[in-house]
Design a binder for this molecule. Structure first.
Ligand code: PBE
Length: 267
C-alpha cells in the first residue's frame, strides 16, 4: 500500500519577532498564565513570516506571534487561537505620537500627522503590495496615495506648504509600521518636508519621540500592546490619537492545525 506520512502534531516553539515588540511581552505573560511548557523564540517580523511560509509549504505545525492588519492573512489560511484569559486584550488602535514643541515649530507637519487616519484595509493594501507583489516600500506607499487621492487630500487640505524643512520619523520594521510610516512620509514630502525615516527598536522609538530627538511616530499600539512604553514616557510626548482602529494581536496558526485555543498549545 501507499506510505502515508503522519503529520507531526505539536509545536517546536512559539515563533516570535523582535524582543522589544509588545506582543513578545504579552506572549511571555500568556506562557505564564496558561502554564504552557513551550519556549518563545525571538526573531524578526521578516523571519517570522518566512518561517510561517516554510511551515505551511510542508503542512507542519507552527504557532507565531501574529497581528492584524497583516498581509499574512491574505497570503495564507490562518486563524487566531482563542484567548479565554484575555491576555492579548481586545481590539486596539494605533496612535500617532509627536514630540513636545512640534506644534509650535512645525505646525504644518503637526496638522497632517493629526489628520492622518486610515483603515485596516488601507494599510493592508500597502502591506500586500510590498510582501506579495514585490513592490518597493515607497513604491507601494505612492501607489496607495495615488489610488486614494481623496483621502490624502483631506489630510493636507488647508495645510500651509513648507520649503524643505526637515523632519525625522521613527518606526520599527514591523510590516504594518513599514506601510504606515512610508505613506505618511510621502504625504509630508508632498507639502514640502524633507523626511528622514529611521528604523529603530521599539524602546528607542518611544524614547526618541519622548526626548525630542525624533519628531514623530505613527506606531503606538494602544491600550494594550505598548502600554508599558506608553506609561514610561506619557508626560514627554503628545498623543494625537488613533490613526487606525481595529488592530489586534494574538497567537496565530495555519487553519490545518487542529487546536482552537491557547490552552491547547503543546510541544
Ligand atoms: N506588532 C506590530 C507590534 C506593534 C505593531 C503587533 C508586532 C508589537 O507587538 O509591539
Amino acid at each position: 500500500g501507499e506510505a502515508v506520512q503522519e503529520t507531526e502534531k505539536g509545536f517546536e516553539h512559539i515563533t516570535g519577532i523582535d524582543a522589544g515588540a509588545g506582543i513578545m511581552q504579552a506572549t511571555e505573560q500568556a506562557i505564564e498564565e496558561y502554564g504552557l511548557d513551550i519556549e518563545l523564540v525571538p526573531s524578526s517580523s521578516a523571519a517570522m513570516t518566512a518561517a510561517l511560509g516554510a511551515a505551511i509549504e510542508n503542512e507542519e505545525w507552527i504557532v507565531v506571534t501574529g497581528w492584524t492588519p497583516h498581509w499574512k492573512f491574505a497570503a495564507y489560511d490562518l486563524k487566531y487561537l482563542d484567548d479565554p484569559k484575555g491576555v492579548y486584550g481586545e481590539e486596539e488602535s494605533i496612535h500617532t505620537l509627536v514630540r513636545q514643541g512640534l506644534e509650535e515649530e512645525h505646525p504644518s507637519a503637526y496638522q497632517v500627522l493629526d489628520n492622518f487616519y486610515w483603515t485596516p484595509d488601507d494599510m493592508n493594501q500597502v502591506m500586500v503590495d510590498i510582501a506579495q507583489n514585490d513592490m518597493g516600500e515607497f513604491e507601494a506607499a505612492q501607489k496607495w496615495i495615488n489610488n486614494n487621492r481623496d483621502i490624502v487630500d483631506r489630510w493636507i487640505e488647508g495645510v500651509e506648504p513648507v520649503d524643505g524643512e526637515q523632519l525625522e520619523l521613527v518606526y520599527v520594521t514591523w510590516d504594518s509600521e513599514i506601510a504606515s510610516s512610508h505613506v505618511i512620509a510621502l504625504v509630508l514630502e508632498e507639502i514640502g518636508y524633507e523626511v528622514e525615516l529611521t528604523p529603530v527598536e521599539a524602546g528607542v522609538m518611544f524614547a526618541g519621540v519622548a526626548s525630542g530627538e525624533a519628531d514623530a511616530m505613527v506606531a503606538a499600539w494602544l491600550p494594550g500592546t505598548h502600554a508599558a512604553y506608553y506609561e514610561d514616557y506619557r508626560d514627554d510626548f503628545v498623543d494625537l490619537g488613533p490613526n487606525l482602529d481595529g488592530a489586534k494581536i494574538g497567537l496565530v496558526v495555519p487553519t490545518y492545525v487542529d487546536i482552537d485555543s491557547i490552552e491547547e498549545i503543546r510541544q
